[in-house]
Design a binder for this molecule. Sequence first.
Ligand code: SF4
Length: 351
Amino acid sequence: MIQMSAYGSSVWFKRMVQAYGSSVRLDHTSLFPYFCPMNYLFGTKHRFNSYSGYFKKTFGERVQKITVDAGFTCPNRDGTLARDGCTYCNNDAFNPSYCNPQKSVAQQVAEGIEFHKVRYRRASRYLVYFQPYSNTYAPLEKLKNLYEQALRQEGVVGLVIGTRPDCVDEEKLDWLQQLSEKYYIIVEYGVESIYNTTLERINRQHTFEQSAEAIENTARRGLHVGAHFIFGLPGESHEMMMDSVKQVSQLPLTTIKFHQLQIVTGTAMAIDYQKHQEDYPLFSFEEYIDFIIQYTERLNPDFIIERFAGEVPPRYLAGPGWGLIRNDQINIAIEKEMEKRDTWQGKYYKP
Ligand code: SF4
């Protein structure tokens, strides 16, 4: 008998049924060995559902993200919910140099495309990434104007919109749904943790339930949804973090991003860290590789993993770091270790 997996309706699954008949159990766990080592279940050479593979499948080629700063703020900074922001937040540490809210979105996109053309000649299509602060935190008319400026640029095929779960509403999501008929639209929510005690401690000013609701409301409209999580937040044990994978895997997500906690200069967390270092379960590089592999083994294999870890420039670090290591080097280390352990995303996933 075929046991239906999370892949029951996929083209891949149907091909496997044609190839192997209906007498075998067809899911990631059982079929992986048949495709090892070159033809992994995710349709790429990777042992996880990779972002690059996803874009190749979706667009048939590499797509470059162009980050813009549209001058948003967030309710956790402007006094609506709080003034101090999340305790770890310092947006300056993450903004590319060509992002400047003094320039129009149209100009930033044009300059971003030029910048990337010189560095990555292969890309001819672009997604505009509204990244800093909460990029749906404005009246709909203003959002329309900003997003449309981006979409009018040649080569732009869609938007990546980073925001908080409490900064979307039915009206905005309905309009994004209309936009998604012509463009690729993904809304990325900062969820950070499933534990409300943690969210309170880092002053997120929203709960996990609000995140889950926003994600559901977005996915229900057929929009792509991304989520961001941080590992190493104060008060969370490694067991709590590992355990969270069950709830995270139930969310209707398209993509997921992980970051190891890094203590950034100029933040409230940097001060708290000096006083309560024992509360911060920060990962060494080796510990994190081990942790994230075990987490990935338990993660829903349908999720596209956009990032396993983050890179804050060392000059912004107010706590221990991993030195000058690039994101692609982290990915290589993770994949090498996965290969050594003969494991893959979703190996131990239980729907
Ligand atoms: S992390 Fe995001 S939500 Fe938190 S203060 Fe910074 S911009 Fe606002």
